[in-house]
Every structure is written in C-alpha cells, then in structure tokens.
Design a protein around this ligand. Structure first.
Ligand code: SF4
Length: 572
C-alpha cells in the first residue's frame, strides 16, 4: 500500500506511515484537501509553522493512464487565506507514485534554507546555502549537475525566499524544462518552511501495481482513442493552449486592457497560429512538447528567439492573455521574455500579468510598454519596493496603487476569460473554493454543449457545479485538464466509464457510475468546510463589482448572474 511520507522541517527528520483510513479513497487534490483539513488549523498563519505543504500524486499517478501524472500541491494559501491546490505537470508525480508515496507532507520550519533528496533508500537533508540568491534556472542547472538527469527537481526562487504571495513552485519535466505549481502563493509557503529544493530520484522503483492489467489496458486504449479524436485535442496537438487566443478573441472574452475590453487589435500577433508559424522557422524551437511521460497531447512548446537561443518552455494561453492582451502587449517575444523572468524569480505569470495591468491602469508604467513591464518584473528578484508589490500579486498591487478595478476573487488574480461573456465560467471564478482559476472548472460553449448560452444570466449555476465537480475529480485522479476536457466533451464515447474502469482495474474495487462526480464533490466539500472555518463567507464568493457595473462589448453585457444562483452552486 502506498505510504504517506512525513518530513519534519523543524527536526530535519522523516518517517513513512500507512495512510489513515480517511485519506485512502483520495489522491491528488482530494488527498491534499483531506490532509489540510485534518492537520492544518484553518485560522493559522499560512506562513507560520502550523501550515503544511503537501505534494500528492493523483490516484492514477505512476500508471500508464494517459496524461495522469499531474501533481497536486496543497496548503493554506497566503493569497486566498483559504485552502489551495495548485496543479502542475512535470515528472514529480510519477516518480513519487513509483516510490510508493501517496503524499509527501512537509511540516514545521527549518532553521536554515534546506534542500531535500528523496529516493528509494530514504530522505536526505542538506544545507541550501549554495543556492542562495540564485534564480530558478541556475538552481535547476546546479541541482541537475549534482544529482544527474534521472531525477525530478522542485525549487523556489527569490520570490519564495521572500515569501511574496504570488510566489510559485517550479518543477522539472523529464527533459528538465519547467512546469509550475503557479497559483495561490504556495512558493511562499515553501519559503516559510525554509524548504529551498526537493530532488526525487525513483531509480530502482517500478510501475505502480495494477490489479487487473488487461482491463486497465483496454480502458486506457479507449481513452486514448477517444481523446485523440476530439477537435479541441487536435488543435492542442498543433498549437498548444495558445490556440485559445483566437477562440476567446472571437467570442469577445479575451481579457484586454485590464478586463476593460474583450478583443485585442493585436490578437493575431500573439495567437497560437502565429506562434506556430514563427517557431517553425526558428532554430531549436518546438511547437509541441510533452511535459510528462505518458502525455498523448503534447500541448507544450519550446520557445526560442530568432537566433535559436532558448527563452522559455512552455508559453501558455493564460500567460499570453494576462501579460499580453490584458497589458496591451502585442508581441510574443516580449511576452516570452517576461514569462522567463517570472519563472526565474518563481512567480505566477497570471497574477503577475494581472498586477502589471493594474500597474498600467494606476499610471505606474504606460499601457503596452513591454520594456517597462519587463523591468518591473525584474524588480521582483531584487526585492525592491515595487518588486515586492508586484510579487505580492494583483490585489496587493491594485490596492497599493489605489486602483479601483482589481480583477481577483478571494485575493487571487482572475484567469484569462472575461466572465461577462462566459458567465458560467464567471460563476466558477466567483464560487470556487480555490479563488478565480481556470483549472477549477471553466464552462465553455461548443459542439458538445449545443444548447448552452454562455451570456445568459440564468442556468449558469448547474453548469458551473458540474464542471467544478468534474475538475476536482480529475485533479484528484491526476489527469491533466487538457485530457479532462475532451473526456467530458465526447459524451457519446462515454469515456467517463473508461476513467472509472481504469480506477477499478487499478484498485480491484467495483465502482458505480457516480464515482467521478462523487469524488469531485467530496473534495469540494472538504475545501468549503476548511474555508468556512478559516473565515471565508458567501461574500467572498463574488466577482469584483466592476464586472457587474461596467457594460462590456457592443451589446453591453454585465455579469448579472443572481446572487442566489451563486449561493446555490455548492448547496445541492
Ligand atoms: S497535455 Fe500539455 S499540460 Fe497536459 S500533460 Fe501533456 S504537455 Fe502537459
């Protein structure tokens, strides 16, 4: 049976233990939720020793199920002040699962910055002094040189060291590119524990044991075939998530000029189609890339400059929307450079992009000035006053600059979809226990959903409820959102049954048809319970007022979903 690995940073000691009964049915997000709910006082200081940091592979982690190697990172968030799960790709989840680890719980606080190595024989502690003051790219290079290329690495950068509330945790892919547990300031929690880096080496471990390999294989094969037949998947495999730029632009929902417009006149310069064309001409660039073994969609990319010098991997839709159109920056190369500096400092590109836009609205830097934005982001690692302001995210920045229109929910910057056009997504942004986040359950129109009217003020709560449960379950299983969406969309293929079949084949248990939504609901209930005890109320389940007041687009849309509907999302 997979174990819990408990690492005490105060005593620099570690022990493995059987997972308590209450933790056993969960993995990934649900498991992280359950651990935080059981072990973290809801009113504690998120940056104090009572908070805990959890790394949890999903239920299917370490198996051959496609795109099932997402890692859930959890803690009480210093940004939202509620429970948080940030989800990342990379190699960590599969390596932990293959070492027989269901979750790692970091607790307490070390006296000095500390690096940890986990392998088959145990846990090792070392001083992180040699990594002091370095950016994440240099840290990863040094750790790779020391530990070899068969490991997975995690680290925080200067923003995490300074406990800035938009700090992220950086992870590596099998080929040592970067993936990020970006949201909710969990890098600050890692920094508060004086935990600088984690190395996981699964040498000598095996694939996770599957009780019924034939049944597992058949269900994996059906999911793979079904997902690859989906139209959105096809776009992802060519253009990656930047394909979404022209979709939201066409819908009028692309955040532009701090969410004051839904279309950007330079969208064609920053869209997936343009990026693909450009990268195909550039040496060393790749328009598709896998962030983990077993990925069947390869939605990532490797972005180089005109000379073929590496800039960043991977540049994603959310970064393009928040740093690009939302700041009126219509130049992919400039966005990629800012993305790189964010990665090096170890901060969330979404919250930072939103903070840059409010800095422009507040007059600190001019609209669309990519060089000024880049220089401001460079201040984060230097720890200057403005750097600390930006590194604390959009809410902090907006309030400090006296900006009225701050696009956040529960303190977390909104992802790249305007909620006045995509009202179901707006309901999710408002009511997700995670704060405004696209991974919590975006509601989209499409061929899978022909009767759905995204701008309608009614009927949005059930749509959001379903998607929040669906995504909470997918995060608990370890599936990537890019796979979770086509599995949900291709209703006639009934891939939900194949997902249930995989879990059943893995564990040997018979599972009912409601397994997925029940799993998601259980996770959400834990999250709501924790947030309530932490002091969050229904008043926190609201979008900023300007989305209700400012008319948007030619028909003059506002976010007008009734408050009773918002409050009903988690009640049935
Ligand atoms: S689809 Fe994209 S994000 Fe998902 S596992 Fe593959 S490369 Fe990673």
């Amino acid at each position: 049976m997979a174990k819990i690995l408990r690492i005490n940073m105060t005593s620099l000691s570690a022990r493995t233990e059987d997972a308590p009964e209450i933790y056993r049915k969960f993995g990934g997000r649900g498991l992280s939720d359950c651990i935080i709910d059981q072990e973290v006082p809801p009113t504690c200081d998120p940056l104090g020793a009572e908070n805990k940091l959890v790394f949890a592979p999903g239920i299917l982690g370490g198996t051959t199920a496609p795109c099932s190697g997402r890692l859930s990172v959890g803690a009480k968030s210093p940004l939202t002040k509620g429970i948080k799960e940030a989800n990342t790709g990379g190699a960590m989840s599969q390596k932990l699962a293959r070492l027989g680890i269901k979750a790692v719980i970091f607790e307490g606080k070390a006296k000095e910055p500390t690096s940890i190595k986990i392998d088959k024989s145990g846990v090792y502690f070392a001083s992180a002094a040699p990594l002091a003051g370095l950016g994440c790219y240099e840290i990863l290079e040094r750790l790779k040189a020391e530990h070899g290329d068969q490991v997975c690495l995690a680290c925080i950068g200067p923003a995490g060291d300074m406990m800035l509330t938009a700090a992220s945790i950086i992870f590596t892919t099998p080929d040592f590119h970067i993936r990020v547990a970006a949201r909710g300031g969990l890098g600050a929690v890692m920094g508060s524990k004086n935990l600088k880096s984690v190395v996981v080496d699964d040498t000598g471990s095996n694939l996770v044991e599957v009780k019924d390999p034939q049944k597992f294989k058949e269900n994996v094969s059906a999911i793979t075939k079904g997902v690859l037949s989906n139209a959105f998947s096809l776009g992802l495999r060519n253009l990656g998530t930047p394909q979404i730029v022209m979709i939201t632009q066409t819908a009028g929902a692309l955040p532009t000029k701090n969410f004051s417009m839904g279309q950007f006149d330079k969208a064609e310069n920053i869209c997936g189609e343009h990026m693909e064309e450009m990268l195909k001409k550039r040496p060393n660039a790749e328009t598709t890339h896998k962030c983990m073994n077993g990925c069947i969609l390869s939605c990532s990319n490797i972005y180089t400059d005109e000379k073929g010098e590496f800039v960043v991997a991977s540049i994603e839709y959310e970064t393009i929307a928040l740093i690009g159109s939302n700041c009126l920056i219509g130049d992919l190369d400039a966005i990629a450079r800012i993305n790189r500096v964010c990665n090096d400092a170890g901060v969330d590109t979404m919250d930072i992009g939103a903070a840059l836009a409010v800095s422009m609205e507040g007059g600190l830097i001019p609209w669309g000035d990519a060089d000024a934005a880049l220089n401001l982001v460079k201040e984060i690692a230097k720890g200057t006053e403005n750097g600390r302001m930006i590194g604390n995210g959009v809410k902090f920045t907006g309030e400090k600059l006296g900006v009225k229109r701050i696009p956040h929910v529960k303190g977390q910057g909104m992802s790249g979809y305007d909620p006045r056009i995509l009202k179901g997504t707006g309901v999710t942004f408002a009511t997700s226990p995670m704060g405004a986040d696209h991974t919590s359950g975006i509601v989209l129109p499409g061929p899978h959903h022909p009767e759905y009217v995204p701008v309608s003020s009614t009927g949005q709560a059930p749509e959001s409820r379903f998607m929040q449960r669906w995504m909470a379950a997918m995060d608990s299983l370890g599936f990537c959102m890019m796979l979770a969406m086509p599995v949900m969309e291709e209703k006639t293929l009934h891939m939900d049954r194949n997902v249930i079949g995989c879990v059943s084949a893995l564990t040997g248990e018979e599972l009912g048809e409601s397994f997925i939504l029940d799993l998601g609901q259980s996770a959400l209930q834990l999250e709501r319970k924790f947030n309530k005890a932490a002091g969050l109320t229904e008043a926190d389940d609201r979008l900023p007022k300007f989305f209700e007041e400012e008319k948007f687009g030619p028909p003059g849309f506002v976010f007008d979903v009734p408050k009773e509907d918002l409050d009903s999302v988690h009640k049935s």
